[in-house]
Design a protein. Structure first.
Length: 96
């Protein structure tokens, strides 16, 4: 199992737009991308401009295929325009 944890810092005036695009990406990914176990977006309780995306995938091959899909390549660049500063993305494999 593969887990992706991505922390994003969104411009305060772009939060609503970012959520709209993120919702579209989540819905399309869950519906169309084989191997997606979970794809969730969380918002920080203290700072509404901090989002964390947590994804679970069957394996790395399925994640790589997801990143080549039309909806990913179309939506992610738009979301990146809403970021205030560079975030962090980590990819983990389950060991226990």
């Amino acid at each position: 199992m593969i887990k992706v944890v991505a922390k994003k810092f969104i411009k305060k005036d772009k939060i609503t737009e970012d959520l709209k695009r993120a919702k579209e990406l989540v819905e399309l990914t869950v519906a169309k991308d084989e191997g997606c176990i979970k794809y969730e977006v969380y918002q920080d309780l203290k700072d509404k401009s901090i989002f964390t995306i947590i994804e679970e995938w069957e394996d790395m091959d399925k994640l790589n295929k997801h990143m080549k899909k039309e909806h990913f390549k179309r939506i992610v660049p738009v979301i990146e325009e809403f970021t205030a500063k560079k975030g962090d993305t980590n990819i983990y494999t389950k060991i226990l």
